[in-house]
Design a protein around this ligand. Sequence first.
Ligand code: ATP
Ligand code: MG
Length: 418
Amino acid sequence: MRQSELFTTTRREAPTDEVARNAQLLIRAGYIHKEMAGVYSLLPLGLRVMEKIISIIREEMNAIGGQEVALSALQDKAVWQKSGRWSDDVVDVWFKTMLKSGTELGLGFTHEEPLTSLMVEYIHSYRDLPRAVYQFQTKFRNETRAKSGIMRGREFVMKDLYSFSRDNAEHEKFYERAKQAYTRVFNRVGLGERTYITYASGGTFSKYSHEFQTLCAAGEDTIYVCDTCHSAVNDEIIDECMHTCPQCGSRDLRTETAVEVGNIFNLGTKFSDVFGLQYLDERGVAQPVVMGSYGIGPGRVLGTIVETLSDERGIVWPKSVAPFAAHLVALTGKGTDAVMVREATDTLYENLRQRDIAVLYDDRDVQAGEKFADADLIGIPLRIVVSAKTLAQKKIEVSTRSGGEKKMIDEKEIHTLF
Ligand code: ATP
Ligand code: MG
């Protein structure tokens, strides 16, 4: 894409009402637009990153047998009354609205109830199990504090997967596979090293649930990290487990600030019981379905990447989620060289496009300093510079956003960069 055609522009100053670094940088670089506190729109660059994150998650959910759906945001009060979660005393994040007739509706903040209710129509026999169903869907939550930028939105996309199993043993098997799939997701988006599988309270149906917590100064959670086995425990259970790592028994836990980027949970038969989600086993006996829920916030992941990997000049995207593979910068300068540089860069841009390499081409008529400052802010991992100087050597200059040497390479070698 030609930067001269991109409708967004960068800004030097962050909006004064925005305290979160992730939102400040994303707004300044033109990734997102703030509509109001806790509500952000994705702009072309932001949508590209979000789609990268979503496709990584989708691949991993498909790999464990997930079937993708898209459930409605508008929610039927009657369905939620069955579980008791329609009540504002039980759930304090509901956004509710009303039909013209006066009938109340809710805007979904999660989807256990509607999906369990839906699956009653499709799960009848042991042959219909196990199943895993997931979606990327907009949730609405009336969060009290929305000061963490896109890490805590009042409207945000969640990947929520729900598993349906015959019994605890089958559930456990899927739960482990989901845990591994989550580990792969966070590795692939570049947060692997800082992300800990964290023991959290398990509710009625299991001793523990697991959160995926990423070390991040802007996080809202406190976790206790075990360096012996690279796991952690959260605030809820640190006293319960008597400051001992539930995984390896180490007593050497250190306190850290983190953000919950995902979680996995054994729901047992809580929702199946409410909605009568049962199946007939091999002997024809009705049994309740055992469920699990598995959430990731792609927007929170995006925000966490910005919080943890940016530097004083701007964002530093990992390759896997960057909006473009390369930022091609033409330093046209003034005078006779300008035409030559422009033509050479245009040709290079076309060549890269032919190879299906996603490139942001800074073809704007602005000073070199401004181009570099913008490229630093936008954070594309690889930079390719063409100038009169590089052309004189019949080379192009390449460098990475994360630092390291500038290199002059032959244009013919360009494919080695991707
Ligand atoms: P938190 O304790 O941070 O509020 P939660 O326990 O409410 O999180 P879940 O309801 O389990 O979170 O949601 C699943 C995932 O959705 C979370 O792990 C997180 O990645 C994401 N998420 C939750 N709330 C938000 C939000 N307000 N904005 C963006 N992402 C969110
Ligand atoms: Mg919450």
